[in-house]
Design a protein. Sequence first.
Length: 420
Amino acid sequence: MKGSLIKQHRKFKNMTLEDLASGICSVSYLSKIEHNTINASDEIYRLLGERLKIKLTDINQDFDEQMYQDLLDWHEAAQMRDFPLMRELYEKCQLAFEDNKNINLVNLFKIIEARHLMTFEKKPIQQEILKKLNDTFHDASNEFQFFYYKTVGVHHLFSSNLREALHHFLEAKRIMGLLPLDDAEVPFHLALAYSKTRSFVESTHYAFLALEGYKSTLYYSRMVDSYIIIAINYNSLGAHLIAEEYLLKVLKVAKYHLSSIEKRRIYHNLGINYINQEKYDEAFDFLKKAYVIDTEESMFTSSTIYLLALTCYHSGDISLCWEYIKVGEKESEKHDLIKYKHKFHILRHMISDSTLNEDFIKTLENEIIPSFRKLNEYKDYKEFVEMLGNLYYEKRMYKKAAMYYKEANNYKETQKKDLL
């Protein structure tokens, strides 16, 4: 165990075997120490520890079952986003590790700490921490590798790196089969990642698996999230009535267990559903219910404002549409939300009937459409590629129109090429 700890810290400090062994022992002897094939003297361990700035001579290598359970409880608290409990267990585990440096427990602490920080800060893992986790991976247990793949998968979701996110979640699923674990978060994250890549059949399959797991633990928040993923998938597949049924069902069944932000998500998605059904009065009512509920998610706020503006446009209330556009433009500018800057720009020109202007077409073709592709926003990408095809058709530029119609028709292949 000491050898594994030495190897990890050597890698953390970017030291070679030669760097660490110099003046203490031979390189081959150090290699055997690191692979735990020999036990060195206390003096050798003391010298290696001093060079690495860690204490090796009095390590308690016992596997403490209580520490292990605290680590698992801490991870569960992070999954459930129970911030007070996360803080409490973080402090408890930190104190425990002052006396116990069991390598397997240390490794689990590091990966769960990374998840803890991501959950609190709502940001990807820092590169320095990610490097340490990567250096730990190859010599670690299957259990560490399971938590590694899950945690780093979430990191890639935060970074919108969907290909890597899917790879990591699928690896977590594979390793979970080797362990006495049944973690509903793995299929949930697979459902979320597949939905973002618009692979709706796969996403729906995993969302139902996640739902079964969350029902058994009565984790209402994630049950709601799973239902919403299922509804979004059905909406995207054109099965709007089925999507509506799921959203109304979860709103009715779980209304006493829902937080305000969860109600906001359901209202928001019902608004989208009714826009898709061209039921604009119903859409507006649910979107207004969503809008009056505060949220810290700026992207979510801009999305609701945009949908309210779009609903007003389709229902013919142009005056109110302009009001929402102005509010939405300020919001998206404030938070530098490129996606909604583009969408409000397009809607502004639709209302002004100026979409055939050369400047608008150039912006749409050379800036907006490439931006949506870069942002992995393939629903918007397809919609506005079709729009560009229509504009070129109206200008009797039939060759260009045909090119963009073809691209819109093949957008799924474009998406898979980019993402999968």
